[in-house]
Ligand binder design. Structure first.
Ligand code: NAD
Ligand code: TYD
Length: 335
């Protein structure tokens, strides 16, 4: 199979490319990524000489380029997106463009080039916010996005399903909870807190830290995407979750404990506007239909993640001081 991965220089996409090329030796991957602030070719530098891997710098909104690339593609796995809620609160323009219009361009290219199989990677945030005792989200939960980010992802999900119903495009969708693991950009809470502590800086907890997220190790998410691609039913959506609900304060205390730091390193800061209280996922459908479930328990995954950031200081220091932008510009110009 020849696969187009979009957004493969980002956190989940780069982990997906490593996961896939290691498991499916006969497949090849074309990675289309615009290298926004969140794209980092260092995530993939070990693949530079891999015959089954090709990088194309480009925007998913570029119709001509996308149509050219998909000509000999068998499957599109669509990760590319603007992904950070706080940025979407400051300015939502890029989110609508990349997440909605970009998805539309890819869907049209898939439709117009022989109905290419299309898997769309989405988020639990499209379902809105749960109260403490509400049942977790499932595939039948009504959409209720509440941040510009989740609204843009909801728009993309609706478009993907519309192309299935209207154009019979062979699609699937996954909605997954909060990922963590290696190569996550240190603006998201887990890598931000780990790297701050490694720099002896405090960790900023929004509000009182009562908001709840469900955490999944990135490889478990990608194994779920794999299961959907291989065994999922066309036209269907699958919820993926990590079975690890934690308040932000409990998460913070866990990170502090594992890094031998005290609670004096917590700094309570102003809450995020419209901060969703709780996300949780019921992944019964994926378990029953695909035999998928998360394998990495949170304590192990967090330890592995902390170890990765400890051993890859240059990776995140280059991001925090902006040097990674020079790195990928230099590397890209070689291609
Ligand atoms: P990320 O921000 O780390 O990476 C996004 C990648 O997309 C970057 O490499 C960026 O350069 C690229 N990109 C952005 N706009 C582009 C464009 N117009 N054209 C081409 N490339 C573009 O994001 P992530 O955390 O890896 O998330 C990947 C996908 O998974 C997103 O669709 C996100 O909504 C979804 N998701 C993320 C999480 C999570 O916890 N991070 C959870 C569920 C779903
Ligand atoms: P984040 O990693 O941005 O993911 P999302 O908003 O997509 O769930 O944030 C996870 C949780 O951590 C969320 O409830 C907001 C909170 N948070 C903080 O308390 N402090 C921070 O500095 C950040 C970035 C997030």
């Amino acid at each position: 199979m020849k696969i187009l991965v979009t957004g493969g220089a980002g956190f989940i996409g780069s982990n997906f490319i490593h996961y896939w090329l290691k498991k499916y030796l006969a497949d090849s991957i074309v990675n289309l990524d615009a290298l926004t602030y969140a794209g980092n070719l260092e995530n993939l530098c070990d693949l530079e000489n891999n015959q089954n891997y090709q990088f194309v710098k480009g925007d998913i909104c570029d119709t001509g380029l996308v149509n050219e690339i998909v000509k000999d593609i068998d499957l599109i796995v669509h990760f590319a997106a603007e992904s950070h809620v706080d940025r979407s609160i400051m300015d939502s323009g890029d989110f609508i463009r990349a997440n909605v219009e970009g998805t539309r361009v890819l869907l049209d290219a898939a439709k117009n080039n022989g109905q290419i199989r299309f898997h769309h990677v989405s988020t639990d945030e499209v379902f809105g916010s749960l109260r403490p005792n509400d049942k977790p989200f499932n595939e039948k939960t009504a959409y209720d996005p509440r941040s510009p980010y989740s609204a843009s992802k909801a728009g993309s999900d609706h478009l993907v399903r519309a192309y299935f119903h209207t154009h019979k495009l062979p699609i699937t969708i996954s909605n997954c909870s909060n990922n963590y693991g290696p190569c996550q950009f240190p603006e998201k809470v887990i890598p931000l807190f780990i790297t701050n502590l490694l720099e002896n800086k405090k960790v900023p907890v929004y509000g009182e830290g009562k908001n709840v997220r469900d955490w999944i190790y990135v490889d478990d998410h990608n194994a779920g995407v794999d299961a959907i691609i291989k065994k999922g039913k066309i036209g269907e959506t699958y919820c993926l979750g990590g079975d690890s609900e934690l308040t932000n304060l409990a998460l913070t205390k866990k990170i502090l404990e594992l890094m031998d730091q005290g609670e004096d390193m917590i700094e309570y800061v102003a809450d995020r506007p419209g901060h969703d209280l709780r996300y949780a996922m019921d992944y019964t459908k994926a378990k029953q239909e695909l035999g998928w479930e998360p394998k990495v328990n949170f304590a192990d995954g967090l330890l592995k993640t902390i170890a990765w950031y400890k051993h890859n200081k240059v990776w995140w220091q280059n991001i925090k001081n902006g040097k990674y932008l020079e790195y990928y510009k230099k590397n890209y110009s070689k291609r």
